[in-house]
Design a protein around this ligand. Sequence first.
Ligand code: SF4
Length: 455
Amino acid sequence: MSSAERYAQLLATARIRERPLLLLPRHFSELELQARWFAGDFGRSFTSTAGEEVEIVQFGTWNRAAGPDFSDAAIRIGHSEIVRGSIEFDLADQNWEAHGHATNPAFDDTVLHVFVEAGPRAFFSRTSAQRNVPQVQVDPATLPAGLAANLPLARPGRCQAPLRDLPEEKVRNILDAAAQFRLARKAQRLGRLAELHGRDEALFQELATALGYKQNKLPFTLLAQRLPLKVLRALPNEIEATLFGVGGFLAAPDLAQFEAATRSYLRALWDKWWPRRSELERLVLPPRTWRLSGTRPLNHPQRRLAALAALAADWPQFLRSLGKDDLKATRDFLLSCAHPYWNFHYTLTSAPAAAEMALIGETRATEILANVVLPLRQAQGREVWPDYQKLPARLTNRRLETGAARLFGDDPRRASFLKTVAQQQGLLQIYEDFCLQDNSDCAQCPFPEQMQKWT
Ligand code: SF4
C-alpha cells in the first residue's frame, strides 16, 4: 500500500467516527461559486429538482454577451440526447424571476438553471417562450477548501502532546504520507480539469490560480476561465492588453497622472484594448474582485498578470520545457521570463524600482512547480515524488502557521518538520482534514489516536 493510500485509509477510519459536523461559516460570493462550478468542483453529475439525472457534458465558456453566465454548454438529462445551450448560475432560484430572465429572450437557449438556495415554495424557471428550464441545486458546504476559507484561531491542539513524544522519523513519515495524498488529489483535479477543458486550458487555469496566490486566486482563475488560452493566443500581440483590460486595470485613460515609462506602457496597452473593449466588456472583472492592498509590492497582482501574459505568449516554449525529464528545464524557463516594464516596476502607480526584479522569482517558480507542474506530471503517470521531496520550502502563510501552532505547539523540532514543500503540504492536508473539520475543540478529533497507531 502506498503512503498516500495509507493516509487515505487513516482519513476514512477517522470519518467513520465522525459526528455530524457543524461547518465553519463561510461566505461565498456568486463569482467565486461560478468559478468553482466552471472548474468542476461541484462535480458534473447531479439530480435535478424534478428528480432526473443531469450530466454536464461540456461546461461551455464564460458568456461575453448579455444572457446566461455560460454559453455553448452541453448537458444530458437521463438517457436522452445531449442538448446544447447556456447555463445560468444564481445564488437563489427566484433570481431567475427577480433578474428578469423569464421575459428576456437572451435566456431562451438556457438548458440548465443552477442555484444555491431554494425559496420557501417551488419555483420553476421558464423562458420567455414558456419552456421549462431544468434546475439543479448545489451545496457550497460540499466544496473542498479552495479560493477562500475561514481559519480557526492558532493555538496548540490536543495532538501536540502525543506528537511531541513521537520519534522524528514517524512524524516525517506521517507528513510525507499526507503530502503524497495531497499531491494525488491535485493530480486528480488537474486530470479532471483537463477532461473538462483540455490539457492546455487546464494548465493555464492552474497557472493563473498559482499566480493569484494567495489573495487573488479568484480573479486570476476567473481571468483564465473567461479568456481561455486559445482565445488569447489567437491575437498574440494583444495578450497582455486583453488580460489587463478584462482585469479592469485599463478603465481610466488619464495618462497625465503617470510617470513617463508607465505612460508609454499604458498607452501601448490602451491602443490595443480599446478596439476590443466593447466586445469583451461583459467579462471585465469588477474592481472589488481584487485584493490590491496587503500584498508585498513584489507580489502585486499587476506584476503577476504580466507574468501570466508572458506565459501565454511563450506557451510553446513552456510546453517544451515541460516535456523534458529534468524539472530544471521548467524552473529555468520560469525564471527566465522577463518584461521591460515589470522588471522595474512594482505596480502601475509606483515609481521605478532602483534595481531589476525577476518577473517570476524563485519562490513563485517553486510554487508553480509544486502546485501545477508536478501534479500535471503525476496525472500523466510520471514518477514525481523524488523531485517533489526535494523542493525547498520558500514560503509560509497564515494557514501553515496556524496548522503548525495547532499540531506542534512549541515543539523544538517544529521548524525542522517544515523545511520542504512536501512537509508543508502534508501539514496543510492534516490541518484541513482534521482541524478544519473539528468543532469539539479537539476533544473528539480522531487524529491523535489515529496518528499513534501509524506504523
Ligand atoms: S483538531 Fe485534531 S488535528 Fe487539529 S489540533 Fe486538534 S487534535 Fe490536533
